[in-house]
Design a protein around this ligand. Structure first.
Ligand code: SF4
Ligand code: SF4
Length: 481
């Protein structure tokens, strides 16, 4: 059996006898992942064989046995989490530029749909002006100072373009200007989340030295996609996007295709995998694709059709067994599985990948819109009431303490459920937006089947490592939604 320590980073393969002994000390009865234990669990005290003193000493040293009380251990865990969180804050921030909230498509499920259909939000649709870019770049050193970054630091800045649709042809001068300003300040990497319908207007800005990575959404094979990702006149966008994916790959830009799936369309993934093959993307080193579960965060999703990450992981596993082409499709837990596999194969220290927060919204992600408003989370943009700050004309940053505290203090210790969870440092507490939709509070847990997913991933990673099988899928995800 594999022991994984929740906060020390220790992992150890032990005999069932040692595991039974530990279980008998903890009082907690972990359930098996599939089926039932063959014997009653935990075994009666009389049946437990105490390991040798030497083994007990190792179990103590590795943290599986402790003298701490529950309260003391919780306090210790919080202290460790506080330190790790501070370390994650004290690194170069990541920046998201939103040139506009405007978009040329009218996908019925879009969380920003009201901005284009309700005249009350029309003012949001303008494009960022170069003066605003100047202001933002004047503010960056001040923002970075708050993260312990020295002026003149040689660290590269990661800049992502997001919208609305950030790569509309009319936004091109602005995008070029942002790239120029970023390079004047130092090294910079550029990526985008785009619908890719107008990517051909950016041909010379694509490539490893320019916009090096783009996440593009397809909603299934052409007939399905063209029902959902539509232009205002109802026509579909698949063919244009597909042509532009080929173009971007030829230019050397990496493409990550995201497919949002629920129970209604998950069965179409193999057909889409065939399409990837037909278009010559399947074997391209710059191409990857992953399936992401559609979540009920915007009131436009039928809750009964939701798959959830655990069910999607299992469904993808079955599909991969039946159709080798599906191996190119990543799923929600590939990253986790690969991380565990690296631990087995290279004895990589798991500590650096511990997460006290789920995503950049809670430590160092800054999203700037055309008005100089600054947000923490992709899903919460466009409403000045929840901005974490605003960039003033002179480049000064005016912060909202209430909103900044709300977003930047959400960690696995800021709610009592995650604080006592054995998976906390591997999970990070789940997406805040989904937690709020589920529990009415941002500072609450969104488990998304994590305990099952963690145990399955660890078991699969070990089995793959033992059999020498190749890795499948990829973990190229930007945000949970
Ligand atoms: S994962 Fe959730 S909280 Fe984080 S940026 Fe995405 S929507 Fe926001
Ligand atoms: S969200 Fe759930 S699984 Fe994740 S740390 Fe919190 S309690 Fe644990």
């Amino acid at each position: 059996m594999l022991l994984v320590h929740g906060y020390s980073g220790a992992y150890d393969k032990v005999t069932r006898r040692v595991a039974d002994y530990l279980r008998s000390r903890s009082g907690a009865v972990p359930k098996p992942l599939f089926g039932e234990w063959k014997e009653e669990q935990p075994p009666a005290e009389a049946q437990v064989v105490k390991p040798s003193e030497q083994v007990i000493e190792v179990l103590k040293r590795r943290g599986y046995l402790t003298q701490m009380t529950h309260a003391e251990e919780e306090a210790f865990f919080s202290k460790v989490a506080g330190k790790l969180h501070q370390m994650s804050v004290n690194t170069m921030p990541s920046y998201i530029f939103m040139p506009t909230y405007q978009c040329n498509l009218r996908c019925p499920y879009c969380f920003q749909d009201h901005m284009r259909t309700n005249p009350a939000f029309r003012h949001l649709l303008r494009i960022m002006q170069p003066e605003m870019v100047d202001r933002i770049f004047a503010a960056l050193p001040r923002i970075e100072a708050g993260h312990g970054i020295q002026p003149g630091s040689q660290q590269a800045r990661n800049i992502t373009f997001f919208g609305g649709e950030p790569l509309l042809s009319e936004s091109r001068p602005l995008i070029e200007y942002v790239m120029r300003k970023a390079r004047e300040l130092g090294r910079a990497n550029f990526s985008a989340i785009s619908n890719a319908t107008e990517l051909d207007a950016y041909t010379d800005l694509l490539g490893p030295e320019h916009i090096s990575h783009i996440q593009i959404t397809l909603d299934g094979p052409q007939r399905e996609h063209d029902q959902r990702r539509i232009y205002p006149d109802g026509s579909g966008s698949f063919e244009r996007i597909a042509r532009n994916i080929t173009l971007a790959l030829e230019r050397g830009t990496k493409i990550g295709v995201r497919v949002n799936v629920d129970k209604n369309n998950v069965h179409q993934l193999p057909e889409l995998a065939e399409e990837f093959h037909r278009r010559g993307w399947e074997g391209h080193p710059g191409f990857s694709a992953y399936a992401a579960p559609i979540n009920a965060s915007n009131g436009k999703t039928d809750e009964n059709s939701i798959l959830g990450s655990w069910l999607l992981t299992k469904t993808l596993g079955e599909m991969r067994d039946q159709n080798p082409r599906m191996n190119r499709f990543g799923g929600p837990d590939d990253g986790l599985r690969e991380k565990v596999r690296r631990i087995f194969e290279r004895h990589e220290n798991p500590l650096p990948s511990f997460r006290t927060e789920f995503c950049g919204a809670h430590n160092r992600m800054y999203i700037f819109d055309a008005f100089g408003d600054m947000y923490a989370c992709w899903e919460r943009t466009g409403d000045p009431k929840i901005r974490i700050g605003n960039i003033q004309e002179d480049g000064n940053v005016l912060t909202s303490k209430t909103q900044t505290d709300l977003w930047r203090t959400r960690t696995v210790t800021s709610n009592p459920v995650c604080r006592q969870c054995r998976f906390a440092f591997y999970c990070g507490g789940g997406c805040a937006i989904l937690a709020e939709a589920q529990n009415g509070e941002l500072h609450s847990n969104h488990c998304d089947g994590f305990s099952k997913r963690f145990r399955a991933s660890a078991a699969e990673a070990y089995a793959a490592h033992a059999s020498g099988a190749e890795s499948v899928g990829n973990s190229d995800r930007v945000c949970d939604l």
